[in-house]
Every structure is written in C-alpha cells, then in structure tokens.
Write a protein that binds this ligand. Sequence first.
Ligand SMILES: Nc1ncnc2c1ncn2[C@@H]1O[C@H](COP(=O)(O)OP(=O)(O)OP(=O)(O)O)[C@@H](O)[C@H]1O
Ligand SMILES: [Mg+2]
Length: 312
Amino acid sequence: MKNSEQKNFVDSEVDRKKEELNKMSYFQLEDLAHEILESGKIHPEIAKKIEKEILEDEDLNREKLIRIILKLRKILKADKEKNHFKEVFSQSGKYYLNQEIMKEITENLVKIRERVETLKNKAENFLGKGSVAEVYSSGRNGKTCFKLIFNFNEYQKGNDLEEEMNFLDEVVQLGEIAGVRVPMPFYFWTEKEFCFLVMEKLEAVSLEDVFKRKASLPDNFNEEDFFKSLEEFVKTLHEKKKIHHRDLHEGNVMIDLVTGKPRVIDFGLARFIYFDEEKERDLRGKKSGVNDFEMIKKLKKEMKKFRKIYRS
Ligand SMILES: Nc1ncnc2c1ncn2[C@@H]1O[C@H](COP(=O)(O)OP(=O)(O)OP(=O)(O)O)[C@@H](O)[C@H]1O
Ligand SMILES: [Mg+2]
C-alpha cells in the first residue's frame, strides 16, 4: 500500500541530509541535537525521552547522534506540514515517522476523548451523518474533520477505519482525475466503541443534502460535466488502482463549492477487485450497490428528477 515514488523521494532526501551530517564533528552533532530539542518545536514528552536517551547512552557516538537528529527532523517536518501536533499521522507523516514515535505520540494524546466530545457538542461543527458515522469539523475554520463511528453493528460489516484510510491513501496518490478527488486522510483512532478517522474537511456539499434541500446547488455546477468527470474518475480508479468504491450513493458524492467538481468520500465498502466488473457482478449475483457505474446512473436520474422539480 506504499507509494514507492514518494518513498524513493523521501529516501533520497534523507540520504542527502545524512551526507551533510556525516561531515560534522561529534560535538557539532551533539550541539545540533540539543538545539533542536530545546527549540520548543518538539513535543515536550518526546523531547524529554530523546534527551534522556542521549544523556544515558554511555556509548554515544556520531552514528547514533546522526540517527537521533534525522529522527528529530522527521518529527519537525511532519509537524510543520500539518501545523498541528495531533495531526501528524498523515499519509506523508507515515513515511516520516517511525512506528515507535507514532506509538509514543498516540499514547500521549490523552485528551483526545475530551477534544472529540467538545467538537461534537458544537452544532456549528456538524458536517453530516451517514448510517455508520457522524462527521464533525475540527473547528469553525479547521481544515480537518472527524468521522466518528456511532453505529458499531453496521461498522463491523464494512471496512474498519484503518482500511478506509488505506483506500483513501491509495486514491490520494492518483491526484486529481478530471478535477475529481477524495479527502486527504490524516490518521485514525480505534478503541473499543470509540473510533474515528481524521481527514481533510472538504469545502463541498453532498448530493444528498442538495436533494433534501439542506444545501443549495453550487452556482458553478454543470450537470453534464459533473457526471462525466465522476465517470472518468471511477474508470481510472478501477483501471489504475483496481479499487471499486461500491457505495456511490448520494451521501457519498459531494460537489466542491469552488470548482463545482465531484468529491468522492466514504470508502467504507470499497474493495480491491482484480477481475472485470461483469464477473464481479455475476459473482455477487447483484447489480445495484456493487457496480459503481450503475450507482452513477442512479445518481444521474436523481439529479434529473431534482432539477425538474427545482426548475418548476
Ligand atoms: N471529508 C469530508 N468533508 C466534509 N464533509 C464530509 C466529509 N466526509 C463526510 N462528510 C459528510 O458527512 C456525511 C457522512 O459521512 P460518511 O459518508 O463518511 O458516513 P457513513 O456513515 O460512512 O455513510 P454511509 O451511510 O454511506 O455508510 C457525508 O454524507 C458528508 O455530508
Ligand atoms: Mg457515507
């Protein structure tokens, strides 16, 4: 599930930085490590742990110091990119942070429950609700949102949040296809009866909200163009990633408020499918709810119906 290109890029970056460090003396390296640790940019608990590691290591050598500095730089980079301490488990963050540090940060997010509760209790943060989860913005101007599971029976029938995040990760790698894209996933948290996924908050309205008149159709929405783009996106998804969304209903397709283009969310039922669609359909013995193009056809019909009523 790794993006090998990105990984190679990161690897060569790391190699270049490593070379720079290789030219430094032991004392210069030690100074540099302390400078980063004392900069206040590293989470205090992590800084404390690494500081201790340095102090207590009797065989501290250049090699070890270089490793520590590289580790610290990875944290700084992920942190800077996401701007917020709790949002370091992003797709790119996964490449910058090693498992050990990720675990450590996770363990330190002690206030996470309270934070989620606070967000939930503010009506202005509510973004939408499906059959499995509710989605809340992480603040009025926040760029991230929480998908919080509430129906654990239904949740168990589909992908867990880790799988959902992995699907989003895969699709994000494709970039925009015909102007269509998915939200960037950041991290997930799963505990018994307390699970959420943090992802990019889209500036978009769902087709469902439009059909139910909870949101208005963005001005720049072009019906023909919208569905053509959506079909091209799905075709590419099938061909390049072998991913089938399998749940393209009106709650899972959104319209971007700026571009009017589709945004596809909710990979809770997605699957990797390596054989052709016809076979897949036959195997399951069911057409609707499985075949992405059939689902788009339904959406098109709904939109036609809606516009007819809307116009009259
Ligand atoms: N990244 C996002 N940005 C903005 N709004 C979102 C985002 N993700 C979800 N929403 C809103 O929240 C609603 C519910 O999200 P989602 O579809 O992921 O939940 P679900 O319970 O898995 O849905 P389903 O009933 O399809 O299983 C969406 O219909 C949409 O209105
Ligand atoms: Mg949904």
